[in-house]
Write a protein that binds this ligand. Structure first.
Ligand SMILES: [Zn+2]
Length: 313
């Protein structure tokens, strides 16, 4: 597995070279290793830093509300590396709202390791330009987060239309974090903007109540008729019985595999939340990697790497 620690590479292989040169070389060799690597991809992780001076929080958030206090890439790698994950899609953290700079700096520090999903203010008239600028720095998707029942307003919202159109034109993904009741609005948006790539987070939270409702799952699977819709099979700690080894989620995974096929599904942990309290990282990837008999070797390659690689790298 490729090392994702600059320090390690620097120490082992570039010890004699001047510090800056060594760091740059280490990053390049790491990026090349990641590109060629057979390692897995975790398609959904958030990072943040306790350094709120350099990276201020949005006014709706406080330092007290950050839990854990810190989740830097280095803290993340301690969980991902032992499980063979060497590339990761960062999802802009809500603490920073529209200021994507911490995520971008992390991506720049570890070239080739991270894809990015940013957050933009879709009500701004220059949203397409902002998306283009972020795309030039490696951002491949944009998160839309429904609060309460506001997703119903997305369908006829001019700003949301601009975002969906710009995403289609620039071959970027729209990544809705929604509840099952919002799926009907994504369906309407897919009809309105055919060809826009969509990646739905965490099975659209079907099962978050503790029960996997068949009706909701069917609605999620109906979206598979739009060929550009993808689903993250992710956030296992938060769904169904919410307990490792998460075997109760297998029937839900089977249904989305039957509807979408593995080439439109991608596994993700949703760290740091997958590693809080008694939860640990490996059981989340192990569910897909080791525990599902109906997934072939190539199905797993797609769900654990191929799909996320095509969409986000
Ligand atoms: Zn998340």
């Amino acid at each position: 597995m490729a090392s994702v620690s600059n320090q390690q590479i620097t120490r082992r292989q570039f010890g004699a070279i001047a510090a800056t040169g060594a760091a740059a070389m280490a990053m390049n060799s790491e990026a090349n290793a990641a590109r060629k690597s057979p390692g897995w991809i975790d398609a959904h992780v958030h990072v943040w830093t306790p350094d709120v001076k350099k990276y201020p929080l949005d006014s709706n958030f406080t330092v007290e509300g950050m839990n854990p206090k810190s989740f830097t890439p280095e803290e993340l790698f301690a969980h991902t590396k032992p499980s063979g994950v060497d590339r990761i899609v960062l999802i802009q953290m809500s603490f920073y709202q529209y200021d994507n700079s911490y995520m971008l700096d992390v991506m720049a520090k570890y070239p080739g390791v991270f894809g990015g999903v940013g957050i933009v203010d879709h009500q701004k008239t220059d949203v397409a330009k902002t998306m283009k600028k972020l795309a030039s720095k490696g951002v491949r998707g944009f998160r839309t987060h429904s609060h309460g029942d506001d997703a119903k307003n997305w369908v006829n919202d001019e700003g949301m239309a601009n975002l969906w159109k710009a995403a289609r034109e620039q071959n970027l993904a729209v990544c809705p974090l929604i509840n099952p009741g919002d799926l009907q609005y994504i369906d309407a948006l897919c009809q309105k903007f055919p060809g826009t790539k969509v990646v739905i987070d965490h099975f659209a939270r079907v099962g978050v109540s503790g029960t996997i409702e068949q009706k909701e799952l069917r609605t999620l699977c109906q979206l598979a008729r739009f060929k550009d819709v993808h689903v993250k099979t992710s956030a296992f700690y938060a769904l169904g019985k919410k307990k490792a080894p998460y075997l109760d989620l297998i029937p839900m995974i089977r249904q989305v595999v039957d509807a979408y096929g593995p080439k439109r599904l991608m596994w993700a942990s949703d760290c740091p939340f997958q590693v809080q309290d008694d939860y640990t990282y490996d059981p989340a990837i192990a569910l897909i990697r080791d525990r599902i008999g109906f997934l072939s070797g190539s199905d797993k390659q797609e769900m654990l790497r191929g799909t996320a690689e095509r969409v986000f790298f």
